[in-house]
Design a protein around this ligand. Structure first.
Ligand code: PGA
Length: 259
């Protein structure tokens, strides 16, 4: 039997769940996953800002890592509506999600902004979870790989190998995400992950480039999780809707760990 690979499994709760609902969810997830081997699973939840304080209390001393859905690159200033790295430090998050497709496409964030956020997250010792992915239009023009190369190259710009090695990447094709998302085929996901791995190795060398985890996200569910995690270039799954019920998330986690 080959060496067991560490799996990265997490969920972004988007703009769902109140403080009370988040507490109940996390408490249940904590109980359900307590027995799972620590070294084989990196488990994380990214709830909304207003729940973070309460979420920290519920997850304290547990294996569940906590993330924020976005962050400003400045530590303070005249940036109404933004949340600073210092504020996230204070509340105690581990991960900062950067450039989710909804941030890029609904709120118009650019690759340059994601780069500033990645750098700020590293400066404050958070794990940046950088999300990348092509739109349906880009896929139809057959420029998915080019799009991913650009997003990765700009977001990682100016990082040395040591810094790059601390980043996690989530590949989420925009057309595969959410209620209207069309699940991507295993072949398609495999080809894109392989390409992204190549780009990261080109940028940072074999050692670092092959170590940066690349997660897959977009309509992941109990049925397709196994097929996706078996792709050699997929290090984990970043799940939306199917993970928002703790019992179902736990089922997915256990299936993946059995692979
Ligand atoms: P989904 O969301 O699993 O509900 O498609 C994925 C995401 O947006 O990260």
């Amino acid at each position: 039997m080959g060496e067991m690979k560490k799996r990265y499994l997490g969920t972004n709760l988007k703009m769902y769940k109140t403080i009370e609902e988040t507490k109940v969810y996390l408490q249940r997830l904590r109980e359900l996953t307590e027995d799972l081997p620590q070294e084989l699973l990196e488990l994380f939840v990214i709830p909304s800002y207003t729940t973070l304080e309460a979420a920290r209390q519920v997850t304290k001393g547990s294996r569940v890592k906590l993330g924020a859905q976005n962050m400003c690159w400045e530590k303070e200033g005249q940036f109404t509506g933004e949340i600073s790295p210092l504020m996230l430090k204070e509340v105690g998050v581990d991960i900062v999600e950067i450039g989710h497709s909804e941030r890029r496409h609904i709120f118009g964030e650019s690759d340059q902004e994601e780069n500033r956020k990645v750098k700020a997250a590293l400066e404050y010792d958070f794990t940046p979870l950088l999300c990348v992915g092509e739109t349906l239009e880009q896929r139809n023009y057959r420029i998915s790989d080019e799009t991913l190369s650009t997003q990765l190259k700009v977001a990682f710009h100016g990082l040395d190998r040591n810094e790059a090695g601390k980043v996690w990447v989530a590949y989420e094709p925009v057309w595969a995400i959410g209620i209207n998302g069309i699940p991507a085929s295993v072949e398609y996901v495999s080809a894109r992950h392989r390409h992204m791995r190549k780009v990261l190795v080109e940028l940072f060398g074999e050692d670092t480039g092959s170590r940066i985890p690349i997660l897959y996200g977009g309509s992941v569910n109990l049925e397709n999780a196994v097929g996706l995690i078996r792709i050699p270039w997929v290090d984990g799954l970043f799940i939306g809707r199917s993970a928002w019920d703790a019992e179902n998330f736990n089922k997915i986690i256990r299936r993946v760990l059995e692979c």
